[in-house]
Design a protein around this ligand. Structure first.
Ligand SMILES: Nc1ncnc2c1ncn2[C@@H]1O[C@H](COP(=O)(O)OP(=O)(O)OP(=O)(O)O)[C@@H](O)[C@H]1O
Ligand SMILES: [Mg+2]
Length: 176
C-alpha cells in the first residue's frame, strides 16, 4: 500500500489507502520565530490582530491552529456536510482527523471548474484567496472537493446557508 506524506502549515497529513490522516501541528518554536521576524519589521501588532484582538489569545491561536482547524473541519462536516466538502470520517479528539483521500488537482483544473464558484462572490478577500488555491482541493469520486475547510473564516461562512446553495443544489442534481 502506497503511503504519502504532505505538510500543511497547520497539519501534517499521512495519505494511506483510501484515507487521509490529518495530525495537528503545534507550532511554539515557529511562533517565536515569526514573532521575532515581525518584531524586527515593526509589524507584531498588525500580524497578531489577524488571529485575534487580544495579543495573548492571538499567540495561543497561532500555536494551536492545527487543533482549531481539525475541530472546525469536524464541526462543519457534521453540521453542514455539503457535497463539495471531502468527507471528514472521524476525529480522535481534535489532534487527529480522518478524511477520505482525494487526488491532487492542478490550479488549471480548479480554475476551469471550481466546485462552488457561486459562493466566492460573497466571501471576504482573505477567504477567497484560500478557496481558490488548488492545494486546498482534491478530486474525490470524480468531482473536485475542498479538503482544507479548517480555518475560522471558512467555518463562519459555510455554517450559514448561502443564497448560492440553491443554485449549487440544482447544478448537482443536473450532474447526477
Ligand atoms: N483528504 C485529503 N486527501 C488528499 N490529500 C489531502 C487531504 N487533506 C489534505 N491533503 C494534502 O495535505 C495538504 C495539507 O492539508 P491541509 O491543506 O488540509 O492542511 P493545512 O495545514 O490546513 O494547510 P495550509 O498550509 O493550507 O494551512 C494539502 O495541500 C493536500 O495536498
Ligand atoms: Mg491547506
Amino acid at each position: 500500500m502506497q503511503i504519502q506524506f504532505s505538510w500543511g502549515a497547520t497539519r501534517f497529513v499521512i495519505l494511506i489507502g483510501t484515507i487521509a490522516i490529518k495530525i495537528a501541528r503545534l507550532r511554539p518554536f515557529r511562533g517565536l520565530q515569526r514573532l521575532l521576524e515581525h518584531w524586527i519589521n515593526g509589524e507584531v501588532k498588525e500580524r497578531l490582530l489577524t488571529f485575534a484582538e487580544n495579543p495573548f489569545l492571538a499567540g495561543i491561536r497561532y500555536i494551536f491552529s492545527g487543533i482549531i482547524a481539525n475541530r472546525n473541519e469536524r464541526r462543519l462536516w457534521q453540521e453542514f456536510p455539503r457535497r463539495f466538502l471531502i468527507p471528514t470520517l472521524y476525529s480522535f479528539g481534535p489532534l487527529i482527523n480522518i478524511q477520505k483521500r482525494g487526488e491532487k488537482i492542478s490550479q488549471e483544473e480548479l480554475d476551469a471548474s471550481h466546485p462552488f464558484q457561486g459562493f466566492l462572490e460573497g466571501m471576504p478577500p482573505k477567504l477567497i484567496a484560500d478557496m481558490t488555491r488548488a492545494t486546498n482541493f482534491c478530486r474525490y469520486k470524480g468531482r473536485i472537493c475542498l479538503v482544507d475547510y479548517g480555518n475560522d473564516e471558512a467555518l463562519a461562512f459555510f455554517l450559514l446557508p448561502q443564497p448560492s446553495d440553491a443554485t449549487l443544489t440544482l447544478v448537482n442534481m443536473a450532474r447526477n
